[in-house]
Design a binder for this molecule. Structure first.
Ligand SMILES: *Cc1c(COP(=O)(O)O)cnc(C)c1O
Length: 387
């Protein structure tokens, strides 16, 4: 029986979400910016969606900015806050964790390379955590922005966002967190997190692809990166994608309603995978924190195994996993996240990420473990070992 075990890359669309989207793909096609009845119906749907998301995040509706997804939310957060801080107070220093998704790290690198920002990578420990004391030591009066990922998409480690955000707040520096992996399994009330900017994206919580949210705390200084019409408080021009926005809001509501039940089921399956892999696969090592990790993420490095070949063998056997970030598939470069933990290149090339979701069953996990064991034995046959 084949099984999808790559829910960190993307999740299937919830049926109820699709149902609520359909009218806006069919008869209710109006442009929310138009003043006639068609436009009003569409506008009403967008504003209702905004309220639904605001309810879930514990913020005001006007603090919810709809975007085209996680990557755009991250770009708007980093570019928007960096350029605003430079314009308003001459701040030019960016503090970014080295274990970010490419949507954050490549944006920070671009801001440094093309726009003369000074980029400093925050230290992380070998589990991928930023220590609040290190932030206290590196933050400066000319720091424009701090960005630290919440639940790590590759290694699962959860960062102490409330502590980190409190330090930024004390010093008056804008704090962003990429929370793409969070909504189904970690608390995301923005008041409790204390962040100024938070990115989420619907396809990571059983919503449609191509739509996300950037939470922008009232009073945060942000410049638009996409100019044009006045949509989204002038921060993100362009006709609203009504069906996707409605879909995101419904998927978010469902994700929060079942967060506790989902998270505890994910945790049970994850722990089963971690325990069994460490027991059955010689040379396997857990990456990331054992306890403070995303409930659905089991990630490893396996000594002497090439991660991409292992993924191909598992795929042939019918199992979908990843070597880390989905964008890295087929790329022979080791994961930058694993290297940032201080891991040697050779070991980092043996990475395997297994992420579970709502459709995952214990039977699937059992069959996956068998297939994994068989694949690893195959790579370690006496012939392969003879060299
Ligand atoms: C998926 C993901 C992104 C990118 O989101 P898209 O909606 O696919 O652009 C960014 N950060 C993290 C942590 C992710 O998991």
């Amino acid at each position: 029986m084949p099984a999808y075990l790559d829910y960190a890359a993307t999740t299937p669309l919830d049926e109820r979400v699709l149902e609520r989207m359909l009218p806006y793909l069919e008869q209710d096609f109006g442009n929310p910016s138009s003043i006639h009845a068609w436009g009003q119906r569409a506008d009403w749907a967008v504003e209702e969606a905004r309220e639904r998301v605001a309810d879930g995040l514990g913020c005001r509706p006007e603090e919810v900015i709809f975007t085209s997804g996680g990557s755009e939310s991250d770009n708007l957060a980093l570019r928007g806050a960096a350029f605003a801080a430079r314009e308003n107070r001459g701040a030019n220093h960016l503090l970014i964790s080295p274990v970010e998704h490419d949507a954050v790290s490549q944006t920070a690198i671009d801001l440094a390379a093309r726009h003369a920002f000074e980029l400093e990578w925050l230290p992380v420990d070998n589990l991928g955590r930023v220590d609040p004391d290190d932030l206290r030591k590196t933050i400066r009066s000319d720091t424009a922005l701090i960005s630290v990922i919440y639940g790590n998409n590759e290694i699962g480690t959860v960062n102490p966002i409330p502590e980190l955000a409190a330090i930024a707040r004390e010093r008056g520096v804008t704090f962003h967190s990429d929370a793409l992996q969070a909504p189904c399994q970690l608390p995301t009330r923005v008041g409790d997190l204390g962040v100024d900017l938070l990115s989420i994206g619907a396809h990571k919580f059983y919503g449609p692809k191509g739509v996300g949210v950037l939470f922008v705390r009232n009073g945060s200084q942000l410049l638009p990166i996409q100019t044009g019409g006045p949509q989204e408080r002038g921060l993100r021009a362009g006709t609203h994608n009504v069906p996707l926005i409605v879909g995101l809001s419904v998927a978010h509501e469902i994700a929060l309603a079942r967060q506790e039940t989902d998270a505890s089921r994910f945790r049970m399956l994850r722990d089963l995978i971690i325990d069994e892999v460490l027991k059955r696969v010689p040379g396997a090592r857990l990456t990331g924190h054992r306890v403070d990790r995303l409930p659905n993420n089991a990630s490893f490095v396996i000594q002497g195994i090439d991660g991409n070949s292992l993924l191909a063998a598992l795929d042939l056997a019918g199992f979908a996993c990843s070597s880390g970030s989905a964008c890295k598939t087929g790329d022979p470069e080791p994961s930058k996240v694993l290297l940032a933990l201080g891991m040697e290149t050779e070991l980092a090339l043996g990475s395997l990420r297994v992420t579970v979701g709502r459709q995952t069953t214990e039977a699937e996990v059992g069959e996956f473990l068998e297939a994994l064991q068989e694949a690893v034995v195959g790579f370690r046959s006496p012939v392969a070992d003879a060299s």
